[in-house]
Design a protein around this ligand. Structure first.
Ligand code: PFF
Length: 432
């Protein structure tokens, strides 16, 4: 069987950036920045992303590129035995759990896009919008329907080979996302009556930087860069011949940070300009912003464009999350008498995720449990394990740049990153 690859270096870059740029960058990043010292936090986040995030991103790409396999075969191929196979399973389970609620939220975005297009939010005030959101959330059947649409849309892209599905889609969607985001940020810059939003986002306040905030920056880097779940391993295995891991990783991180900052430059100037207070999470996207858009030129158009943008960001992330279990299934059954092909795997993974999403909708407490379990426990543990795997058990997958670079990289993977992640992990569990 021919090896699966993307057809261009740009394809890998945009698909990885698509995975990274998601709801985290839009509804979490700008708010966390504003809350934790603005420009000072941005510097810290940049440091965390480039000093600690970069080696982790490179490491995952490198594992995929060196082994040429998805998570199912990668650890086994590099280690020479199946002792690290639990990590492959952990990656897949983590992603299925993240998808179970991410699909629900992506479904909300689809519903809000339709509502924006039909001008449903016109004349709704804060209370009405808040009630409207709660009412929608309670309407289980509707929420399930939209979650199913989100999974089916993602599954439809993954039905095709990676170069025809993921690559083609992300090559259209990511530039579109970037252009719309840039256009909205410029629009805000030109029409915004005051600078409070920019001050909230950028004014550096170094007094807010505490060890706690440092941990927050590191945790945010891991989440926004989609580290620790094997997505970048899988995409690394699709890299074209001779693709440079270091430069691809740097470009991916730079793109992600740029989009996250642009998101902040769209959201907060608007929120502050019309006298609202900033929030994070669903409240920001589904209550505050629809209200803010009512004050702008052509509210129906502006809010439709915005929800379209959020939907693109979410879908390019769901694509990456579902690709990992699909590639896993194909590879795991390859030696069987009847191996599963991509189409069959895509259907199986979609059905499992739909079942999990229905569970999350019907038992809403699972939403918070899965969210906390994945972002506070499984993702940091995954990042820690992948770092230890290469640093201690699969040194042939270590970066081989200049001798000095390689040495620093090895120390980072063996000691610095595992310890840093462990501290974040214990902190998020309130143990330290
Ligand atoms: N990086 C995505 C975001 O910031 O929204 C979230 C994410 C995607 C987390 C994929 C984990 C993951 F496996």
């Amino acid at each position: 069987m021919a090896k699966t690859t993307f057809s261009s270096k740009l394809g890998v870059l945009l698909a990885a950036a698509g995975s990274a740029v998601g709801l985290g960058s839009i509804w979490k990043f700008p708010y966390v920045v504003g809350q934790n010292g603005g420009g000072a936090f941005i510097l810290l986040y940049l440091a965390c992303s480039f000093i600690l995030g970069l080696p982790l991103v490179m490491n995952e790409f490198q594992i995929g590129q060196k082994s040429g396999k998805s998570v199912y075969g990668a650890y086994r191929a590099l280690r020479g035995n199946g002792r690290w196979q639990w990590l492959a399973w952990m990656n897949v389970i983590t992603l299925l759990l993240i998808m179970s609620f991410y699909a629900v939220v992506t479904g909300w975005c689809i519903n809000y896009l339709f509502e924006a297009m039909t001008n449903t939010f016109a004349q709704m005030d804060a209370n009405a919008l808040s009630a409207h959101f709660q009412e929608f959330e309670m309407h289980s059947l509707k929420v399930i329907l939209y979650a199913v649409i989100a999974v089916v849309l993602t599954g439809a892209v993954l039905w095709f080979d990676v170069s025809k599905g993921i690559e083609r889609m992300t090559k259209i969607l990511m530039p579109l996302l970037f252009v719309i985001m840039l256009a909205l940020a410029i629009y805000m810059l030109c029409t915004c009556p005051n600078t409070s939003g920019y001050e909230f986002l950028f004014r550096p306040d170094f007094s807010k930087i505490t060890p706690q905030v440092f941990l927050e920056a590191l945790g945010l880097s891991v989440f926004t860069l989609s580290i620790g779940v094997g997505i970048l391993i899988t995409y690394g295995s699709y890299m074209v011949e001779g693709q440079k891991v270091a430069s691809t990783s740097i470009q991916m991180i730079a793109l992600t940070i740029m989009v996250a900052l642009l998101a902040g430059m769209v959201i907060f100037p608007a929120v502050f300009a019309y006298g609202f207070s900033p929030a994070e999470g669903p409240q920001l996207i589904f209550v505050t912003l629809p209200m803010v858009f009512q004050h702008m030129w052509n509210p129906a158009l502006m809010s439709s464009v915005f929800f379209f943008l959020v939907l693109i960001a979410a879908l390019t992330s769901t694509i990456s999350m579902m690709e990992v279990p699909i590639a896993f299934l194909c590879e795991a059954t390859a030696q069987r008498k009847r191996p599963l092909n991509r189409h069959q795997s895509a259907i199986i993974v979609s059905v499992v995720i739909i079942a999990l999403s229905i569970l999350v909708v019907l038992a809403p407490q699972l939403f918070d449990i899965f969210n906390a379990l994945t972002s506070n426990i499984l993702m940091p543990l995954g990042a820690l394990a992948i770092s230890v795997f290469t640093g201690w058990f699969a040194p042939q997958a270590l970066y081989q740049g200049s001798p000095v670079g390689a040495k620093i990289y090895r120390i980072l993977l063996r000691w610095v990153l595992p310890i840093a992640i462990l501290v974040v992990f214990l902190n998020s569990l309130n143990i330290i």
